[in-house]
Structures are given as structure tokens and as C-alpha cells.
Ligand binder design. Structure first.
Ligand code: SF4
Ligand code: FES
Length: 249
């Protein structure tokens, strides 16, 4: 296939940016989207031009690093798929494809298609963990957890902190991401001792980072590569109300 790419190029956070046209030749349907960009970059490097900067790490859909808005949709138009798992068989010969970075106030631009998503790390550092020493692996049935509760906690824990939910939201809200992190720990007994302090601290940090408020648009759930449900946002609100009732401690 031959694709016409329009790629956001911006040398740095204070430089002007613009969409630059490129042609991707000899694209195999079996390539991933990132492999297609690798080939485009090989051509740029061979010609002595600056390659397109973009983020990736695992390329297996588990690290959350790949972060491209493809044809206006974070992670592209395939449901429940990260950019690194999006394959070129979903495109057609002659297609024009736009590629842009995540855009949100809490994600400062770095270069080309890369933004700084460390705001999400700071939200996790504020409380998204269990700090008690639980020792070695316990006997499996020593802390009984009902099957449906364990499944719900695992569904929430599937969030890979990619930030697509923020990029898709007109408010740049991180409510789905924070809701998933709060829910998976609030559901399990191990998360109980720090339940109140955790949600108070994480919501305070979320607000301090400049993420917007949730207005129930649902764009976050629609683009989430891990199909995190908006029910996590409802749980976040319940957990936060409970924490405020208890003084946030
Ligand atoms: S909730 Fe989904 S879209 Fe948001 S950070 Fe987690 S995995 Fe990414
Ligand atoms: S590169 Fe790790 S999820 Fe895409």
C-alpha cells in the first residue's frame, strides 16, 4: 500500500508546529502502525532529515507509552486497541492519515508527537499504591475475595495509564484513569487501610496537575484501549464523597 501521511512536526515546546506531508511506500498490511512509522523514519534518516519523534516501549499493548491521535482519534479508530497493536490491514491503499500528539494542558508538548505525561505518574505517586508491608505471597485463600469482586478489580487494574482518555475528553479530564486506579484498590481488602487518604490525595493531585472536570461525555470509555468502564468514574465519585465525609484522612 501507499499512504499519504500528514504528521504534526514541532521541534520543541516553544517552536511553531505544523502538519507536514509524507508518503509511506510499500506498507505491508501485516505491519503495525509504529512499524510503518519506523520505515518512514528510516527513509528520513537515509536522506539526512530529522526523523519523526514518537513514543513507544513494549509494542505489546501493555506499557501505555504509544500515544498518537490517528485521524482525530486517540489510538486510532479500531476499538480496544493501542497504537502499537493497530495494524495496517485496517487502512487502504491511497488513504490519507493524520497523526497528531495527545493534546491536553496537563501534558506539555516535548517534540513532534511526544508529550510529557508525568502528571499521571504524580497522581499515582500521591496515593495509587498499597504502602503496608504484606510480606511474601500469602496462601491463596487466606484473604477471601468474592469472585465477582476480584474480576471487577482486575478489570479496573487493566488500565495502562496511556492517557488516551484525557486526550479524547473535551475537558481533558483524567477521571477515567484515576477512577480505574481508585476502584481496583478500593475493591480489594488490601486497599482498605489507605482507602480514604488515597482518594483524597489522588483527586487533589489530579486537580493540581490541570486535568479538567468530568462532565460525563463518555469519549474516554470510547477510546480506552483496555475498555475501562465509566462505572469507575462513578466509583471514584462515591469514594471521594465517602472520604470527604470522613475528613479525608
Ligand atoms: S483509562 Fe484507558 S484510556 Fe485512560 S489511561 Fe487507562 S487505559 Fe488509557
Ligand atoms: S508501546 Fe506499550 S502499549 Fe503501545
Amino acid at each position: 500500500m501507499k499512504l499519504n501521511l500528514l504528521v504534526w512536526r514541532q521541534a520543541g515546546p516553544n517552536s511553531p508546529g505544523r502538519m507536514v506531508p509524507y508518503t509511506a511506500n510499500d506498507v505491508s498490511p501485516d505491519m503495525s502502525f509504529l512499524e510503518m512509522l519506523d520505515v518512514v523514519n528510516e527513509g528520513l534518516i537515509t536522506r539526512g532529515e530529522d526523523p519523526i519523534a514518537f513514543d513507544s516501549d513494549c509494542r505489546e499493548g501493555i506499557c501505555g507509552m504509544c500515544s498518537l491521535v490517528i485521524n482525530g482519534v486517540p489510538h486510532g479508530h479500531e476499538l480496544a486497541t493501542t497504537v502499537c497493536q493497530l495494524h495496517m490491514r485496517h487502512f487502504s491503499d491511497g488513504d490519507t492519515v493524520t497523526i497528531e500528539p495527545w493534546r491536553a494542558r496537563a501534558f506539555p508538548h516535548t517534540k513532534d508527537l511526544i508529550v510529557d505525561r508525568s502528571a499521571m505518574d504524580r497522581v499515582i505517586a500521591a496515593g495509587g499504591y498499597v504502602s503496608i508491608n504484606v510480606g511474601g505471597a500469602p496462601e491463596a485463600n487466606s484473604i477471601p475475595v468474592p469472585r465477582d469482586v476480584a474480576e471487577a478489580a482486575m478489570d479496573s487494574a487493566a488500565c495502562i495509564a496511556c492517557g488516551a482518555c484525557v486526550a479524547a475528553c473535551k475537558n481533558a479530564s483524567a477521571a477515567l484513569f484515576v477512577g480505574a486506579k481508585i476502584a481496583h484498590l478500593a475493591l480489594l481488602p488490601q486497599g482498605g487501610p489507605e482507602r480514604t487518604r488515597r482518594v483524597a490525595a489522588m483527586v487533589t493531585q489530579m486537580d493540581a496537575e490541570g486535568f479538567g472536570n468530568c462532565s460525563n461525555e463518555g469519549e474516554c470509555e470510547a477510546v480506552c484501549p483496555k475498555e475501562i468502564s465509566m462505572a469507575n468514574i462513578a466509583r471514584l465519585r462515591r469514594e471521594y464523597a465517602r472520604a470527604m465525609w470522613r475528613g479525608g484522612k
